[in-house]
Design a protein around this ligand. Structure first.
Ligand code: AMP
Ligand code: GLY
Length: 418
């Protein structure tokens, strides 16, 4: 069969790598992809925002299955476009994608379906928001309602910081229309974790756990990033927490979709905060996580094509999804300066055939592989123990070089929260 993946990061690279192992795929396309994917798939020069053109391409090429990686096209309704053309596609409709596209939509959904989450209020008027800040105490969490490339959440330590953030978003339109509405939220403490699930209309199946490291530097210091590394399975996710998540979050989430008439055949990635046995939802993402997917795909035994096909036919219930007992570690090598300003176009050397490396932001210039993003490479270690997987990943990291490269050295360890 012919399969199209939409996206250009490490997440999409890991999805392609896994699908390539299926005996069922004859042609793989990636739009637009990056240099790391050249050996796995045909790179298609269409951007993720070109929904109509992508659907036309899928029709012209006789693509049997399309997987949408990033959130922006999902929120813009790319699944609706594909489905209206009779194409098989994995991802939620535009309306359900508002679970990620609008913080207010997500909070209202959680309230309606009694899913535990931080207390909140929504505002469209800046003066009303400023007047309400004190009610939440400090730190206060301020969220732009719409998509803001992962930058729309501000944790304000003081009233002054809160007022500045609110004015930036609502008056100066720092995130364009995404900040016309904001959500003020209670600050949660505890341990953050990611729960990713396969979803169709009949069932919701959690994947193996993965732990993300969001801050730029060791010891959870520095700014929030898209994710500096992951490992799977997570040490923090025991059976007790798993059961709480299933009963208090996954079940009401799935029933909530049905009650609201939201058809969902895709991935849901739920960000949670765990404090003892108190588990609250921080956010929904309507897609695979990056770099969670890299560690998770490395441990998936079941044919990923079978999973996607089952989801698209509402037959997920009939599958018994299998995982390996191995441990996976993904260390992200980032450009100097990331997540602030950084330079691109640095030559990358040292990647060899025997390494498993998922490319996040690379390009090929002549014969040279160069950096082309903030996050550049997800360097993997997969082994029978977490220690060995960590050692393998860092052994490979030590062999890869590009000017300014930075990475965390504590991926796969438990970082004590400050
Ligand atoms: P989000 O885009 O909603 O994932 O928020 C980005 C990050 O901000 C999360 O990964 C958390 O680290 C942090 N965050 C969001 N909401 C809260 C909250 N209510 N309390 C504490 N931290 C939060
Ligand atoms: N790793 C976090 C995300 O994909 O949003």
């Amino acid at each position: 069969m012919k399969v199209l993946v939409i996206g250009n990061g490490g997440r999409e690279h890991a999805i392609l790598w896994k699908m390539k192992q299926s005996g069922k795929v004859e042609t793989l396309f990636i739009a637009p992809g990056n240099a790391g994917m050249e050996n796995l798939a045909t790179l298609v020069p269409l951007q993720v925002s070109q929904g109509k053109e992508l659907a036309q391409f899928a029709k012209d090429q006789g693509v049997d299955l399309t997987i949408v990686g990033p959130e922006a096209p999902l929120v813009e309704g790319i699944v609706d476009i594909f489905k209206s053309e009779g194409l098989r596609v994995i991802g939620p409709h535009g309306e359900a994608a508002q679970l990620e596209g609008s913080k207010a939509f997500a909070k209202d959904f959680m309230t309606r379906h009694e899913i535990p989450t931080a207390a909140y209020e929504e505002f469209t008027d800046v003066d009303a928001a400023i007047a309400a800040v004190d009610r939440f105490g400090f730190p206060t969490v301020i969220k732009a309602d719409g998509l803001a490339a992962g930058k729309g959440v501000i944790i304000a330590e003081t009233k002054e910081d809160a007022i500045t953030a609110l004015k930036d978003m609502m008056v100066d339109k720092k995130f364009d229309d995404a900040g016309d509405k904001i959500v003020l939220e209670e600050f949660l403490t505890g341990i953050e974790a990611s729960v990713l699930c396969f979803v169709d209309e009949d069932t919701i199946v959690p994947m193996e756990s993965a732990q993300d490291y969001k801050r730029a530097y060791d010891g959870d210091m520095g700014l929030n990033t898209g994710g500096m590394g992951t490992y799977s399975p997570s040490l923090l996710f025991n059976d007790e927490i798993k059961n709480i998540v299933r009963d208090e979050i996954l079940t009401p989430f799935h029933e909530g979709l049905k009650k609201d008439g939201l058809t969902y055949r895709g991935i849901i990635f739920i960000g949670i905060m765990i404090k003892n046995t108190d588990v609250k939802v921080i956010e929904f993402n309507v897609r695979f996580g990056d770099p969670e997917t890299q560690s998770i795909m490395a441990r998936l035994n079941t044919d990923l094509i079978d999973i996607f096909m089952a989801m698209s036919e509402n037959k997920l219930k009939e599958l018994d999804i299998q995982w390996s007992n191995q441990h996976a570690v993904c260390v992200m090598m980032a450009s100097g300066g990331y997540p602030d300003a950084y330079e691109k176009g640095k030559a990358i050397i040292g990647i060899t055939e025997d390494m498993l490396v998922f490319h996040s932001g690379t390009k090929r210039v002549g014969a040279e592989l160069q950096t082309n993003g903030g996050r550049v490479l997800g360097v993997m270690g997969v082994a029978d123990s977490l220690e060995l997987a960590r050692a393998k990943a860092y052994e490979n990291v030590a062999k890869i070089q590009f000017e300014g490269a930075h990475f965390r050295t504590d991926i796969g360890t438990i970082v004590k929260s400050k």
